[in-house]
Write a protein that binds this ligand. Sequence first.
Ligand code: ADP
Ligand code: MG
Length: 253
Amino acid sequence: MTGSILEVRGLARRFGGVVALAGLDLTVRRGTVTALIGPNGAGKSTAFQCISGVIKPDSGTVRFEGQDITGWRPDRITGAGLVRSFQIARGIPRLTVLENLLLYGQAQPGESVLTAFLGTAAQKRREEALREKARAIAGRLNLARVLDNPAAALSGGQKKLMEIGRALMADPKLLILDEPVAGVNPTLSAEIATHIAHLRDEGMTVLIVEHHMDFVASLCDPVIVMAEGRPLMEGSFEQVANDPRVQEAYMGR
Ligand code: ADP
Ligand code: MG
């Protein structure tokens, strides 16, 4: 497990008669920004859901940091450091950005039990520490200016950044992002890529599903291609983009 943070082996999942995952093997190396790409229906979202515990695989295993986490509940997986941010920003619109970040910080497993045992003063200190953490995260994501604005007033791109910020509140070792720049303009998309590159440079590992190939080309290495619920190939963006098997998989749809 030295080089890898996540190892998926033989992951299978059906929905009725539809085979979404047909024995997926996937290894994510520590310290990389790895992309998972593939045509529509390849099983990317199903793979993310199985890895993050949202749905259970029919068979196969997911190992994170050397530990078998297959079938664990999502909050337990988050608590272990595997944090997933959703394709659809799930912030609460009428709450401020700060409040949205704090919500995630407080939703840690064991937190409610812990606060029940803390005195009021200790609880206040803990809240202030969480606020500081939220401010620091907002600062690095260029959200400091809008910290007290309701989430509903954010631009589409800022909502994406807030969603990444909420995930960062949970101290991820592996951050999983489903389409972080879907619907975002090119300028902001480049800014999001820069933020993610900084997180990687600080030691975080990131796994991304994204259809915007400019974004993938500029940020992700390696790129893993899947098709029909299985891995197809892995390599640099150039390698996979020029591979006839990959071109065929995309054309075939
Ligand atoms: P991708 O994210 O790569 O586009 P998905 O994982 O969403 O692919 O889907 C893989 C296959 O599984 C598709 O054929 C899709 O229609 C099917 N599928 C995914 N989720 C469900 C579901 N909840 N119910 C029925 N079929 C599903
Ligand atoms: Mg999908």
